[in-house]
Every structure is written in structure tokens, then in C-alpha cells.
Design a protein around this ligand. Structure first.
Ligand SMILES: Nc1nc2c(ncn2[C@@H]2O[C@H](COP(=O)(O)OP(=O)(O)OP(=O)(O)O)[C@@H](O)[C@H]2O)c(=O)[nH]1
Length: 661
């Protein structure tokens, strides 16, 4: 396709977008119906006349391609900057306040990015056209796997820092991810429009902490668009082009994939070498299955078919894959009849929190299975194992990177796949060492990873307990040093390092047991520092410790879903809390129920649920048989929702409430 035809079509595409956008806006304006009608008909005319959009990607040699991510702490403005970049390059119309790349309903509702999203931009600079592939990444620690995955498809990053808040814990974590991946880092100070912006102070922090030159720091307001054009120029000037070769055999790296309910599996490819076209037959390295490429294109920012992708480019492909196991993130695809060295895949994510996930009704298990398979295709950081429970039936035990990750996964299951589930109380994994040849043979190894507390071996054969540890980073104003130190000690933290990153802010490095920071540590930290402290953590392996298993019984019968493992110093408090919750959620019955928390059969917490005698016929005045039948019927309905633990009836939803966090 000639250069002028390419620009003609690109212009037409942008005009279509502008008109679609205007249609959306005007359709909201009920007062201006004439105008609305005129816009819609013009747009429709235009759409009817238009030929399908075509980009000629061969007009972008590898030297004119840049692949980069935006990384930052939560809320420092990544998605807002991405919007401005899309606007400046004409990919979307100006005046958008939508955070276009936050596409999932859960992202819109919560106002956070949970999934890295790609968009291709075309930008003219120094009389040349550049293809810029941008990845907007999440900021929250629970989604850091998305960041590390995205970095694999890039040669550089924009490290965005809020000029008001300064460097925060996730800024540090994200910097090191990019630094270790040897990517070019462009430091950018955002929100300089705010009246409390401290441009000089934060520039010093960036220089002191990351050894980045102050003169290389760009100053922008993503919200107002100030300085954003400079960011595009810096991307072109500072980030190297990908070092790939289109004359070599194809190597297409899957760095993301998702399930589209109409089109099946869609893979996101970074083309490392060679050329891939529609109609090509390609082979998956891990399964050795082959496929015909039915559609291929770029995200502009939605799918736009291009028919071909060249080395160094990033885009999507469809291959009539129906099975969610077939486009695994980290896999390599290549042309049939060719042998290439597959690209190194991703490191497996290390789950921090485990929880059981069960269907609301036993009959809905297959539906849940299909939903979990489809969603984990898009979120490879979730670890999936089968599980079953006497109370909740067949289900799964899933491993997540944190509690927010668990909540978001649950919400995505509901919103994107119509699956409502019961989640059990989250727990973390422990390790134990056992003794005795027979026992080791039975369990398969001397060291065991315990993901489900009720599967913990008997203490008689355990010789050592280990708990997971994390390296925590806290950044806070210096005035909170004492209270933060106290908080860390109360959470069994061990201070490893403490240093000033400028005159007023301190960085703490603290080693914590994971169990201590999971639930309310961050809330406490925020509240004692009036919201100014930030916290990030990463896996630090296991450490020998002293653990106990706490069992719960109702009139002597064990409720195994409630079994928990905790540090010996926490056992009494935890047992008390669960007993109180049981008391609050189980309705009174015709006999007293003793709720007990036990360690090694020794009771450490107890609550009693008093007896309550219900006279069913008391309400049936004068022996009115129809009323009595109605009441019995409603009781029978109620009974369906009951679970029996021994002779104790527990309403299913009450049980769920106890299990939930
Ligand atoms: N005043 C001002 N506000 C900004 C600027 N950039 C972003 N914001 C605001 O900061 C908030 C967070 O912006 P986002 O773009 O959602 O931040 P994010 O880094 O993508 O957030 P996560 O993806 O959840 O980590 C929003 O309310 C934005 O409107 C800016 O330059 N100036």
C-alpha cells in the first residue's frame, strides 16, 4: 500500500472514531435531537461507505518501533498519561476522561488498573512515522505479576512519580523490576499542576534513590496534557528499538491471552523474529498443536486487523482455539516445519494467599470449572488445584498474590462469567518437616507444603514448622518513625535497614512473617501515618517458626473448614475471634451448643449458644390448617438451606459468613 493511501485510511479511521465518539456524546443530549440525528446519520453514512481499515505495518522498519510500559505506584497517573498519549497520537479523540485502557468492569468500578493493557500508537517525529507500542500496567502490589510480564515485551519504561506524593514503595519495587530487566528508564514527574507539587524535592528523591540524572527527569501534568508531547519524544530518542530480525524464522511470544466468548481464545503476541500473516499455519511450542491464523492485528486501542505482524511488533492473533489451555502466557509459536529456540517463558508467580472456591449449588460445579479455566487464561498468576469439602462439596483451592487479587478475581468471575461462588477464609501456605520412614513414604517427602490447614499431618510426626516471610518496604514521613517501628515490632517484623531518601522521608526495610501483614497491617500503617506511608512487599522464602493448628468443634464435632494454622503467640486471639463469630452467626437451637477452639485437644476458647425452643403451632391460631401447612412448607424450604454438623443445623449462609474474611 502506498504511503498516501496509508495516511488516507488512517485519517478515515480516526474520523470514524471521532464520529462514533460524537454519536455517544450527542446521544446523551436529549435536548438537541436534531443535531443528534444529523450526527448519527452522517456517521452511519460514513461507516457504510468506508472500506475496512488497513494499516501497512511493513512501512515501520524495526528501527521505527518502540515498545514501552508505564510503571508507577498506585494512583500516580499511569492510565491518565496513557489516555493523553492516545489522544496526542490521534488514536482516540481529544477530551476523553474515560481511562480508555482500563477496560474491565472491575477496573472502572474500583478505579484501579488490575490488568496490563496494550495499545499501538502512530506518531510522526522528525519526518518519520513511528509505531509505539504502549503497555499500561497496574500499580497495586497484588498485581505486580502483570508488571513483570509486561516488561518482557518492552525495551524501556516510563517511571511515573506523583510530584505531590513523591517516591512511594511501589515506585521502588517497579524501578528494580525494570532495572533488573536492563530496560531503559525514563523518569517522569507527574501532577506538576497541583499546588503542593514538590518538583525539586521529588527530583532529588529520584536522583538519590535510583541514581538517575536530574536533567533527564521530565515534568508533566498528565491531566492537563502539559509536557506530555515531550514524553513521546523521549520514548523515541531514549528507548532503543527492539533487536529483532524479520528475515529470521518466526518466533512469536505470547505475553497475554484472554477468552472472548464469541471468538474463542485471543493471544497477544510480541513478534521477536520473522513475519506472521493471516492464513499462516503456526505451531505451539509447549503442546506442539498447530493452528491456522484466522485474524491478526494491532490494538488501536481496540482490535484492528492488519493481516500481518513483523518482527518487533506487538499485536493480537486469533487461531480458532477453543480450549483455554492452548495459548499459555509465556509460550512461543513458530511456523510449521521450522525449528526455532523457544523464548524463555515467565517465572511462575508465587501465590501468597490460598482460599477454597466452591459453587453456590453443588450442581453448578461444571459451570464454575469452565469460568475458572477461562479467567485463569487471562490471569496466570492464580494457582489452581482441585479441592473438596464435606460441607461445600467439590470445588477448588486457589492461590492468589494477595487479598485484593482474591477479591478482584471473585468479582471478575461474577461480572465476566456469571459465576457466583463461595470463598472460604483465606489462609497462607506453611511448610513442615516430618519424621519416620513410613510417614515420609506415605506423604511422599520429608518436607511438605501445607496449603490446606486441615491436611496438616499430626503434630506427633512433625519435627519442624516453617512460615512464609516477606521483605517489606515502607516509605513514610520521618515524624512517624517511632510509631511505625512499634507497629512493625507488634507484627513480628525485624528491621533490616532504615535510611533517609530526602530531608523528610524515611525508607524502612523490614522482614515480616507473611501472616502478619496480610489482613490489617496496611490499614494500621495508613491510619497512624495519616495516609502518608506506603507499603510494598516481596517474597522472602520460608523461615523456621513455632506454629500450632487450631481446630473448632460444635458440641464436640469438628468443623474442618474452620481449622487454621497460626503462630503460637496468636492462637488464643484467633480462636476467640472465630468462636465469637460462630456464636453470632449460628441461630439458637433446641439445645445448648458449645463452640470450642482447641489446640492439641486442649480448649483455648469457648462460647455457648443458648437453647431456644420454637413452638411452631403457636402462631396457628385456632388450628387454621392452611396457615399451618404454609408455615410447615416454609420451614421445609428453610431446611434445604441447612447443613448438619452432628445434630446441629447451620444455615448455609451463616456458615459462609464464618468462612469469609
Ligand atoms: N491534578 C492531577 N491529577 C492527576 C494527574 N494525573 C492523574 N491524575 C489523577 O490521579 C488519579 C489517579 O490517576 P490514574 O491515571 O487512575 O492512576 P493510575 O496510576 O493509573 O492508577 P492505578 O492503575 O490504580 O495504579 C485520578 O484521579 C487522576 O485524575 C495530573 O497530572 N494532575
Amino acid at each position: 500500500m502506498s504511503g498516501s493511501l496509508f495516511w488516507q485510511r488512517l485519517f478515515l479511521h480516526r474520523w470514524q472514531r471521532q464520529m462514533k465518539y460524537l454519536t455517544k456524546i450527542t446521544s446523551k443530549n436529549a435536548l438537541n435531537k436534531n443535531l443528534q440525528h444529523r450526527h448519527i446519520s452522517t456517521t452511519l453514512q460514513l461507516l457504510n461507505q468506508s472500506k475496512p481499515l488497513q494499516f501497512d505495518l511493513s512501512s515501520f522498519p524495526v528501527e521505527n518501533i518502540r515498545n514501552f510500559c508505564i510503571i508507577a505506584h498506585v494512583d500516580h497517573g499511569k492510565s491518565t498519561l496513557a489516555d493523553r498519549l492516545l489522544e496526542i497520537t490521534g488514536t482516540i479523540p481529544k477530551g476523553n476522561n474515560q481511562q480508555v485502557l482500563d477496560k474491565l468492569p472491575v477496573e472502572r468500578e474500583r478505579g484501579i488498573t488490575v490488568k496490563a493493557q496494550t495499545a499501538s500508537l502512530i506518531y510522526r517525529y522528525n519526518d518519520q512515522d513511528y509505531l509505539l507500542n504502549l503497555i499500561d500496567t497496574p500499580g497495586h502490589v497484588d498485581f505486580h505479576y502483570e508488571v513483570s510480564r509486561s516488561l518482557a515485551a518492552c525495551q524501556g519504561v516510563i517511571l511515573l512519580v506523583d510530584a505531590n506524593q513523591g517516591v512511594q514503595a511501589q515506585t521502588v519495587a517497579n524501578f528494580y523490576l525494570a532495572f533488573e530487566a536492563e530496560l531503559t528508564i525514563i523518569p517522569v514527574l507527574n501532577k506538576i499542576d497541583l499546588k503542593n507539587a514538590q518538583v525539586e524535592v521529588v527530583s532529588d528523591q529520584i536522583h538519590n534513590l535510583f541514581d538517575l540524572d536530574k536533567k533527564d527527569i521530565l515534568k508533566i501534568s498528565a491531566k492537563q496534557g502539559t509536557g506530555v508531547e515531550e514524553v513521546l519524544k523521549a520514548v523515541i530518542e531514549r528507548i532503543p528499538c527492539p533487536k529483532f530480525d524479520k528475515t529470521k524464522p518466526l518466533r512469536a511470544f505470547v505475553f497475554d491471552s484472554w477468552y472472548d466468548r464469541f471468538k474463542g481464545v485471543v493471544a497477544h503476541f510480541a513478534i521477536c523474529d520473522g513475519i506472521i500473516k493471516e492464513g499462516d499455519r503456526i505451531l505451539c511450542n509447549s503442546t506442539k498443536k498447530n493452528y491456522e491464523v484466522t485474524e491478526i492485528g494491532i490494538m488501536y486501542p481496540d482490535q484492528v486487523s492488519t493481516g500481518v505482524l513483523f518482527a518487533g511488533q506487538v499485536g493480537y492473533a486469533m487461531m480458532n482455539m477453543k480450549n483455554t489451555d492452548e495459548a499459555k502466557i509465556g509460550d512461543t509459536f513458530y511456523h510449521e516445519n521450522q525449528t526455532v529456540k523457544p523464548l524463555p517463558g515467565f517465572k511462575e508467580a508465587i501465590p501468597m494467599v490460598f482460599a477454597g472456591m466452591f459453587p453456590m449449588e453443588h450442581s453448578e460445579f461444571l459451570q464454575l470449572k469452565s469460568a475458572i479455566e477461562k479467567l485463569t487464561l487471562n490471569d496466570r498468576s492464580v494457582q489452581v488445584r482441585m479441592d473438596s469439602s464435606p460441607v461445600l462439596g467439590q470445588g477448588y483451592r486457589l492461590g492468589f498474590l494477595g487479598l485484593l487479587h482474591m477479591e478482584v478475581f471473585n468479582q471478575r468471575l461474577e461480572q465476566e462469567f456469571d459465576a457466583s461462588v463461595i470463598i472460604t477464609a483465606p489462609n497462607i501456605a506453611f511448610k513442615v518437616k516430618i519424621k519416620g520412614e513410613k510417614n515420609i513414604k506415605q506423604y511422599g517427602s520429608e518436607e511438605l507444603l501445607v496449603l490446606n490447614p486441615c491436611l496438616m499431618p499430626s503434630i506427633d510426626i512433625i519435627t519442624e514448622y516453617q512460615e512464609p516471610m516477606v521483605n517489606g518496604t515502607i516509605i513514610s514521613p520521618a515524624e512517624y518513625i517511632n510509631s511505625i517501628t512499634e507497629l512493625c515490632l507488634n507484627h513480628r517484623g525485624r528491621l533490616k535497614d532504615q535510611s533517609y531518601i530526602d530531608d523528610t522521608r524515611v525508607l524502612f526495610k523490614v522482614l515480616f512473617p507473611l501472616s502478619e501483614i496480610l489482613v490489617d497491617f496496611f490499614d494500621k500503617l495508613k491510619s497512624l501515618s495519616s495516609g502518608y506511608a506506603s507499603f510494598d512487599y516481596e517474597d522472602a522464602g520460608f523461615e523456621i517458626t513455632d506454629l500450632v493448628k487450631v481446630d473448632f468443634t460444635l458440641n464436640g464435632r469438628e468443623v474442618e473448614e474452620l481449622t487454621l494454622i497460626c503462630h503460637v503467640s496468636r492462637a488464643r486471639d484467633m480462636a476467640k475471634r472465630v468462636c465469637e463469630r460462630l456464636k453470632a452467626t449460628i441461630p439458637r437451637q433446641q439445645f445448648v451448643i458449645a463452640v470450642q477452639g482447641k489446640v492439641n485437644q486442649k480448649v483455648i476458647a469457648r462460647e455457648d449458644i443458648k437453647a431456644y425452643r420454637k413452638d411452631v403451632t403457636a402462631k396457628c391460631y385456632g388450628g387454621d390448617i392452611t396457615r399451618k401447612m404454609k408455615l410447615l412448607k416454609s420451614q421445609a424450604e428453610g431446611k434445604k438451606k441447612l447443613r448438619m454438623i452432628g445434630n446441629i443445623e447451620i444455615p448455609k449462609d451463616a456458615f459462609i459468613k464464618i468462612l469469609q474474611k
